[in-house]
Design a protein. Structure first.
Length: 128
């Protein structure tokens, strides 16, 4: 898996390289990458943004003009933004594949551990 460092690097000059998978939720992004590094941006076009390096390459994950900060009451609450409304920015297209691969693998691992803990908890409770 790629080495991930969150909150480092310069995002200025990055551009859209792709979008997160359709099933991506805000909570899944938090589970994998932690809390957003940035909230509403100064130009109000983004409500949440994660950034860092992956395999040495700069990346950013953000919504763009879909939330309350840009659209007001017509916007989507940040916790309800899903799928391709989460954009991946970087300096070249290869970072898109790295981010999606890392996200999918890490989320699968997290979900697998959650299932294991639930099963163990149910088993121990049934033994009481």
């Amino acid at each position: 898996m790629y080495k991930l460092e969150m909150g480092v690097g310069v995002i200025s000059g990055t551009s859209l390289q792709g979008s997160m998978p359709d099933s991506t939720t805000y909570q899944a992004l938090v589970d994998v990458f932690g809390d957003p590094n940035l909230d509403v941006t100064q130009d109000r076009k983004t409500d949440a943004e994660w950034f860092g390096t992956i395999g040495g390459d700069m990346f950013a994950i953000y919504n763009y003009k879909t939330g309350f900060s840009y659209l007001g009451p017509d916007g989507i609450p940040v916790r309800n933004i899903t799928g391709n409304n989460w954009h991946i920015g970087g300096f070249y297209n290869g970072v898109f594949r790295k981010v999606v691969t890392y996200f999918n693998n890490k989320l699968k691992h997290i979900r697998s551990n959650e299932k294991c803990h639930t099963t163990l908890k149910q088993k121990s409770e049934s033994e009481l």
